[in-house]
Design a protein around this ligand. Structure first.
Ligand code: SF4
Length: 362
């Protein structure tokens, strides 16, 4: 079976290419083509002899998932449904910012964390993505931008799409190494963000193995409420989570992002803000408040703007950097898991409200 070269680090690719009787510098050339230049085939690698290109294509695959649906919202946020070899579908979202693009990638097909406010959780967990399937999302985004003649660069990669990245730890770390390699994609580690529901032992592991920017989905600083909202991480107490956030290395003195989805009358009151403040006091963090976007299949409501503002003000007045996330791309299937579901079951689209459902990513 052919090895998909997109899942290999430069060192691994070099070993393969030396084993084929070729010089190591050929590996560097190939690596540059498949990462920075987002090549789709060996034929594009015009600085390689034809014979070598043929030889490489017998050993390596450069296969990419198939883009089966693209939806672009008025603000330019673009959501892609990608068909994998085994018939599974994942999503990625490309988000235009002032001077660059951010790509939100999936790390698993489905998710086992069971967060009560998340549509992806409803479909359960199917499987982990292979490294090449994670990297392919970046390649497809780069190709899409290039085909459109976009001048702004793809600068940020956030692991906030479908799945819990730390539950696919080995492939996550391999992907981060490939994305950060100066001879390839060359993303700054500060611009690679791993977002976790709070798998504490893996946060410690990432801190040691390959620290990047970190985002933690907290959603409540009350243990029993958090256990209810996020049953997949209830074995990790908030006190342990806090310790792991505190100790996590900060790339270029950055702050850990705390994601907090605001659910009307569930976690949006002053008492919740107070608990959150006590949890965050002394940590180098910024809080991202995400007012919930209702969906017919989810039992929560969106708080009124005044309540969101009061929550934000409570934290700001106590010195906690706090922003409210503007939902982007609301008129498309904006929630994590929503486009996938629509593609797999087209009739279900009728039931989706125009406003879209909860999303951590957009
Ligand atoms: S919010 Fe994230 S961690 Fe929770 S179920 Fe959804 S995809 Fe999984």
């Amino acid at each position: 079976m052919k090895v998909n070269a997109r899942g290999l680090t430069l060192d691994e690719l070099t070993n393969h290419i030396i084993a084929l009787g070729e010089k190591p510098y050929r590996a560097r050339q190939v690596y540059h083509w498949i990462t920075a230049k987002a090549a789709q085939s060996f034929d594009e690698m015009t600085d390689l002899p034809k014979g070598l290109r043929a030889k490489l294509s017998e050993v390596f695959s450069l296969e990419l998932p198939e883009v089966i649906e693209i939806q672009t919202a008025q603000d330019g946020t673009t959501k892609f449904a990608l068909l994998l070899k085994d018939g599974e579908v994942i999503e990625m979202v490309l988000i235009p910012e002032r001077d660059h693009f951010t790509l939100c990638v999936s790390s698993q097909v489905g998710c086992s964390m069971g967060c009560k406010f998340c549509l992806t959780a409803r479909s359960g967990f199917k499987r982990n993505l292979e490294t090449w399937e994670i990297i392919s999302q970046v390649v497809l985004a780069k190709r899409w931008l290039k085909e459109r003649g976009e001048s702004l660069p793809l600068r940020n990669i956030v692991f906030m799409g479908m799945g819990e990245p730390l539950a696919n730890y080995t492939n996550l770390v391999q992907s981060l190494k490939i994305l950060a390699d100066h001879e390839g994609f060359n993303f700054s580690r500060k611009r690679l963000t791993v977002s976790t529901a709070g798998i504490v032992p893996k946060i410690w592991a990432l801190a040691k193995d390959f620290p990047t920017a970190l985002a933690v989905s907290l959603h409540s600083a009350d243990q029993s409420l958090r256990d209810y909202l996020m049953p997949g991480v209830k074995q990790y107490p908030l006190s342990d989570l806090r310790e792991s956030i505190k100790a996590f290395p900060r790339i270029k003195n950055g702050r850990t992002t705390i994601e907090y989805i605001l659910l009307k009358d569930i976690n949006d009151g002053e008492e919740h803000a107070e608990k959150l403040y006590r949890f965050l006091k002394g940590l180098k963090v910024k809080v991202n408040l995400i007012p919930f976007n209702p969906h017919p299949e989810l039992p929560f409501k969106r708080p009124e703007p005044e309540r969101v503002e009061a929550f934000q003000r409570y934290l700001l007045n106590r010195g906690i950097l706090t922003t409210v996330r503007k939902s982007k791309g609301l008129e498309i299937s904006a929630a994590c898991g929503q486009l996938r579901r629509r593609v797999l079951s087209p009739n279900s689209f009728q039931a989706v409200s125009a406003e879209g459902a909860s999303s951590i990513c957009v």
